[in-house]
Design a protein. Sequence first.
Length: 211
Amino acid sequence: SATYALTQGDIDAGGIQNSATATGTPPADPDGTVNAPITDVSDAGDETVETPNLDGSLPADGTDNDPTVTLIPAVSNLITTKTSVLDITGGTDATLADVGDLITYTYAIENTGNTTLTSVGVSETAFSGTGGTPIPVFGSNSGVIPVSAAGTLVPGETATFSVTYGLTQDDINAGGIQNSATSTGTPPNAPDGTPTPPITDVSDAGDELVE
């Protein structure tokens, strides 16, 4: 028997395919002739049944010597948290909120699944402000070492985006701004190469367990 520790690449591939070769040397013939070792390539359990490869194709050698395939269930998930801070010193009066004061929005997008996500981004999808919809800008990744490049999140990693928005008089008259953002990320392809649709998550105000 043997044990093997999974890598992130194994999980992203959706499974592991492998074969083993057994060897043994028969006794010499009665006349002393030494026989060559014999070998046999492993089968997945029943040499009379065709077992598919990891990618779903069938082995080229028929029912004999099928590889052993261990599938790894993929769980792809994002949690998006969005916070805001109002700075009232940006306008003409630093004692109250007025036109030109800035709201800084910060978006934290965490990969809480077990697959690597690519094309990770976030956009405003419900913005009540009257000064134009802000476009979040990527800041950094954190949570793992080494961090991934922009647009990629491995499990346990968080991407941070931010943007500032200038208040209008209509925003002030309305008494505030309400908005949500939606993050996206693309999981790895299925083992047979089929592209997996992107996943999405709508932002929460800070704690998804609290209404």
